[in-house]
Design a protein around this ligand. Structure first.
Ligand code: FEO
Length: 387
């Protein structure tokens, strides 16, 4: 339970959740951290807190540096309980502390903690002096919830970015030069695809605001802190937020008697012949949050299901519901599937596609089992439609 110095007088005092495997439906196979930061200055300032079940871990780390009752300010960058959950514990120890948050933050904290704490409400551009340092605030509503904001310390070239730039990654390493780079980037991509993706327009605004700042360190509220690869994560965020895709088609399916599966692999051949990366992913064996990590850079999304009881398989329905909520922009889509006596799966899948705003390129259905001739015709048709 060691603290970690971020800069002289600034410490990571968060908590490591090694055992978390489900973050509202997102498979967090590497756990996560809740990052809280302590700034020792004339005003002792805590940036965010942790999930309440790990409050003792945070309090132990704070106590190794300073008596928690001496905290003057708690900056609450985000109301969600993985960051504000331990505010009541800090406020019990430091009842005179002031919570610095945005207008939606104050409203949200009151509705979560039901306490009449002392608040200082800030807007974009506001600065608060804490001694040798200043805190500068930019409101970033909907870079996850309406209450998100980021906090910049110009004297340290340090950005506390809260949810953005985070990763669900439990580790004893705190910095990006202490952990395998590819793994951090993969988890950052998964995090973006599963948490931040629907808020890509607000992220673009945040990136614009952050571009004007001189940043040496990005300290997010989950996972590894960026200091060596700040430019790299920024450039990936620009791509993800603007829906830049690769020559990639992702083919996702479930199957009953392998007919839909045969169609999936036939579709893959067409894409591969045209030079696309084209993974075929079974929903029986892959978690939808891992599939989203692939989808974020895919130009084509192909989804297949046989008809089951006038509907689609429940695995496919769950995946399409999840996909529709995350709503990746500018995607082309193909629906496919087999049926026995009522061809109902294609209209169901295309309804999800339409609700997601995808451009439907084509649909393919087959009764019972696709013959070689059917698959060949399907491939020829598809071949003409893929550019
Ligand atoms: Fe990490 Fe939106 O909370």
């Amino acid at each position: 339970m060691k603290v970690k110095k971020i800069k002289e007088g600034i410490y990571w005092v968060g908590a490591i959740d090694w055992n978390l495997r489900n973050f509202h439906g997102y498979l967090t196979q590497r756990g996560t951290t809740y990052n809280a930061y302590l700034i020792i200055d004339e005003k002792i300032t805590l940036i965010d807190t942790v999930k309440s079940n790990l409050k003792d871990e945070m309090l132990k780390r704070i106590s190794d540096i300073i008596d928690p009752s001496k905290i003057d300010y708690i900056v609450s960058n985000h109301v969600e309980m993985d960051h504000s959950g331990a505010i009541p514990d800090i406020m019990r120890l430091a009842p005179d502390a002031t919570i610095i948050t945005c207008p939606n933050g104050e409203k949200g904290l009151r509705m979560h903690h039901f306490q009449d704490y002392k608040y200082k409400v800030v807007e974009t551009g506001d600065k608060i002096n804490i001694g040798k340092r200043n805190l500068e605030f930019v409101l970033t509503p909907m870079v996850h919830w309406p209450d998100n904001m980021i906090c910049y310390v110009p004297e340290e070239k340090l950005l506390f970015s809260n949810d953005s730039f985070g990763q669900h990654l439990a580790s004893s390493a705190r910095f990006d030069d202490e952990y395998p780079f590819d793994m951090i980037m993969l988890e950052a991509r998964k995090y973006y695809a599963n948490i931040v993706l629907p808020y890509s327009k607000p992220v673009q605004k945040e990136i614009e605001a952050a571009k004007g700042l001189d940043i040496e360190i990005i300290a997010p509220s989950h996972g590894i802190i960026w200091r060596k690869y700040v430019k790299e994560i920024f450039s990936e965020y620009i791509k993800w937020a603007s829906s830049v895709t690769e020559k990639k088609a992702i083919i996702i399916y479930d199957t009953m008697w392998h007919s839909t599966e045969k169609m999936a692999f036939a579709i893959q051949e067409v894409f591969e012949d045209k030079g696309f990366i084209a993974p075929v992913i079974s929903l029986q064996h892959n978690h939808m949050s891992d599939i989203m990590t692939e989808i974020i850079t895919a130009e084509y999304i192909c989804v297949g299901s046989p008809t089951l009881n006038k509907n689609i398989l429940p695995t496919v329905a769950a995946f399409l519901t999840y996909l529709q909520g995350l709503a990746p922009a500018n995607r082309k889509a193909i629906a496919f599937g087999s049926y026995g006596w009522g061809d109902k799966s294609i209209p169901k899948i295309t309804e999800y596609f339409e609700n997601s705003g995808f451009e439907i390129i084509d649909t393919f259905k087959v009764k019972f089992i696709p013959t070689k001739e059917y698959l060949k015709n399907m491939q020829e048709t598809l071949n003409e439609k893929i550019i």
